[in-house]
Design a protein around this ligand. Structure first.
Ligand SMILES: Cc1cc2nc3c(=O)[nH]c(=O)nc-3n(C[C@H](O)[C@H](O)[C@H](O)COP(=O)(O)O)c2cc1C
Length: 337
């Protein structure tokens, strides 16, 4: 797939996720194989008001490239102004959020609200394409609800408006994050447009990704929640797509080392206290399935110093190694019996 000068084959992309895809998480996913990463969505109103939190979200680093900045809003002139500001942060492309289902976004005629007014969505896309030099892409859903699926015709009109690629979260706004993503619409959109189409929704395993490419002809897949609980998923998918063989799951050692690297990055990029506080949501993903993980996690979420967290994790590593040793000894006794 080509987005402006960028070429990515069978891309596996990290989805934009508020409070999740901050620079530290994007870097980790990039190191683990994500082909393109996206920022959290950024309010166009916040950006042009100079709101601190929105400006902070423009921080990107060279190591994470290619990276897209995603913005949202319901007012076209404000979105244009915000796009021009976001362009100065020099991402590889800009993405328009037309899929967010949450009430306070929809109430501002932004995000998925634009699915109720396709001409407004198309006009917004056209205005941004004309306002910036960077490629502009758009992420949306199938339609507002199951009785108003508009994606095929909408995709054609968005392509005419000049967007460089379309990402489709294969649910309606009414579904939120519930129910199964319906990938069947992707092949219909692919037959109707020539721009790249990115499939999003329910890619949780390497098999899901392969099935998505094979069944729909999509140009790339985008992973959201699957990456929060398992950032190794990018590497796992790519290895499976290229060899057809599953790579070994990451060892406990690698999971804990990656957790510590991620936490370090979080502190560097966000500041000490905020970095620790906002990291808490990641413990369960890194430790999931390890023996007595819930006890370790229960401790970790209460610590507010890096040294205490690292020490607890090192203790946990020693505990896991001893447990594994004990298991192996038990197995050899059983084998001899
Ligand atoms: C915590 C969270 C935050 C999200 N924030 C955004 C966002 O900022 N922009 C966006 O386009 N989608 C956002 N989404 C939606 C995801 O990008 C994605 O479309 C959705 O999770 C479906 O993909 P999945 O089934 O792989 O999770 C968010 C989803 C989650 C779970």
């Amino acid at each position: 797939m080509k987005i402006g000068p960028l070429t990515v084959e069978q891309g596996v992309l990290l989805a934009p996720m508020e409070d999740v895809t901050d620079p530290a998480f994007r870097l980790i996913c990039k190191r683990l194989g994500a082909d393109i990463v996206y920022t959290e969505f950024i309010s166009s109103e916040g950006l042009i008001r100079d709101a601190r939190r929105s400006l902070d979200k423009l921080l990107i680093t060279d190591e994470e490239r290619p990276v897209a900045i995603q913005i949202f809003g319901g007012h076209i002139p404000t979105m244009v102004e915000a796009a021009v500001l976001a362009e100065q942060a020099a991402p590889d492309f800009l993405d328009i959020n037309c899929g967010c289902w949450v009430k306070n976004v929809v109430a501002r005629n932004a995000g998925a609200a634009l699915l109720k007014d396709p001409p407004q969505m198309v006009a917004m896309a056209k205005a941004l394409v004309e306002a910036v030099d960077l490629p502009v892409t758009l992420k949306t859903r199938l339609g507002w609800d199951k009785n108003s699926i508009v994606i095929v015709e909408l995709a054609q009109r968005l392509e005419d408006a000049g967007i460089a690629a379309l990402c489709i979260h294969c649910r309606t706004r009414e579904m939120g994050h519930n129910g199964d993503a319906n990938w069947e619409w992707i092949s219909k959109v692919k037959a109707a447009v020539s721009m790249p189409v990115i499939l999003n929704g329910d890619i949780k395993t390497p098999e899901d990704a392969r099935r998505a490419f094979e069944e729909t002809g999509c140009d790339a897949v985008m992973v959201g929640r699957g990456a929060i609980s398992n950032p190794f998923i990018f590497r796992q998918i790519k290895s499976y797509l290229s060899s057809g063989v599953h790579e070994e799951p990451p060892s406990a050692e690698e999971r804990i080392e990656t957790l510590i690297d991620h936490l370090r990055l979080s502190l560097e990029l966000k500041g000490y206290q905020r970095g620790i506080r906002e990291f808490r949501k990641f413990y369960s993903g890194y430790l999931k399935g390890l023996h007595c993980a819930s006890t370790a996690r229960g401790d970790l979420v209460h610590y507010d110093s890096f040294d205490a967290i690292e020490e607890r994790l090192r203790q946990f590593q020693v505990f896991l190694a001893a447990y594994e040793h004990e298991q192996q000894a038990r197995e050899s006794v059983l084998a001899m019996a």
